[in-house]
Design a protein around this ligand. Structure first.
Ligand code: MG
Length: 376
């Protein structure tokens, strides 16, 4: 089964307060929409439906990782545009998710997928209504309603792609959600257990609640790394991925990039995953002369597999020569590229040791690094 996620975020809802539409407001340092999209990273394709005015912002936020589709005049039209964009793309199932539900968790998504896997043409999460239901008029209770058999619908709603695309093509419009479209086409929709934390951000107080839920779940880790390489004969050194001309080289099994090694070890440290030597043994000839980018990329991916992202990295190079200052911006850019982290979260700085010790005597270069990792 190949699965695509369609994240709808074409609305301009500002009921949640602020000047920005709610999907672009920050929640724990990331936009609401970025959090919703990240929950579906495991899917084969991700399509994000945006208001036509937001396409530039979407490109900036997601780059080429997701397909951006312009929304239509109604929610149903927006979803249909996304479904049409997947037609013929070899997608068997789609998960249609509201971009204003940033806290959806993998267990809930897996319940929807399990129902589809078991053969259901449609499945959606919901919670039974537990509060008493009233009708009200003029501020007074005008009657009560029976809550038996009533459910509060959530997303992602999952469907066989061809079936829901056909259902949308046939639907006259005006449906509240895709389950209504599916049912109009005669598709049975399986209910799976929703989650109270999968809240839809609508009002300002929802932001406070989501921030609190996130705070309860957020795991922040720190790691530090230290590395030293000795000078040897040569005409350049490689530091933080940048080739710096010098009258000596650095001795090492790989490219001896002492800054990138310290940074990589800091990430492994935060994950309690040892150091570079554990993952890339120096005894293994395949890493001889290797570009250290391989190590850093591995550490960042290992963090992502564990549900962490690097949120800040700070590298200090310690040497008398070569002068680091003229290359620091290029080093910052290179580390930022490899880690997929915005440059404003990556620091490269340098100091001397006042001509004291081995770095002061010009025998080698030392590097220190500190990183923070955050989940989710
Ligand atoms: Mg090293």
């Amino acid at each position: 089964m190949s699965t695509a996620a369609i994240i709808t975020a074409a609305g301009r809802g500002t009921r949640a307060g602020g000047d920005l539409p709610k999907q672009w407001r920050l929640l724990g340092g990331r936009s609401v929409l970025a959090r919703a999209v990240a929950a579906f990273d495991f899917c084969d394709r991700i399509v994000v439906v945006l208001h036509p005015d937001d396409m530039g912002r979407g490109l900036q936020e997601f780059g080429g990782r997701v397909t951006l589709v312009a929304g239509g005049d109604s929610r149903a039209e927006s979803v249909r545009n996304a479904l049409e964009s997947l037609d013929g793309a070899g997608i068997s199932h789609v998960l249609i998710h509201d971009g204003a539900r940033p806290l959806v968790d993998r267990a809930l998504i897996d319940r929807v997928l399990a129902a589809l896997h078991a053969g259901a043409p449609a499945a959606a999460p919901a919670l039974p209504v537990t509060d008493a239901l009233w009708r009200g008029a003029d501020g007074l209770v005008a009657g009560t309603a029976d809550r038996t058999g009533l459910w509060r619908a959530q997303t992602p709603q999952g469907f066989a792609h061809d079936a829901i695309l056909a259902a949308h093509r046939d639907h006259p419009g005006g449906a509240a959600d895709d389950v209504e479209v599916a049912r109009a086409a005669g598709l049975p929709v399986t209910i799976v257990a929703g989650s109270e934390t999968n809240l839809k951000i609508t009002w300002a107080e929802d932001f406070s609640r989501a921030t609190k839920l996130l705070g309860d779940a957020m795991d922040v880790r720190c790691g530090n790394g230290f590395d030293v390489h000795a000078f040897c004969a040569g005409d350049h050194v490689t530091l933080c991925g940048v080739r710096v001309p010098h009258d000596r080289g650095l001795l090492g099994h790989s490219d001896a990039d002492v800054g990138m090694h310290a940074l990589t070890d800091a990430i492994y440290g935060a994950l309690a995953e040892g150091d570079i030597g554990r993952h890339f043994p120096p005894s293994d000839p395949q890493w001889k002369g290797a570009a250290s980018e391989i190590f850093l990329d591995h550490a960042v991916k290992l963090a992502a597999e564990r549900g962490y992202r690097v949120t800040a990295a700070d590298v200090t190079l310690i040497c008398e020569r070569p002068k680091i200052g003229p290359h620091a911006v290029a080093m910052q850019a290179e580390l930022s590229r490899i880690m997929g982290l915005e440059a404003g979260r990556v620091s490269v700085k340098a100091t001397t040791s006042e001509q004291l010790g081995f770095t002061g005597r010009g025998e080698g270069i030392a590097a220190l690094a500190t990183v923070t990792l955050v989940a989710p």
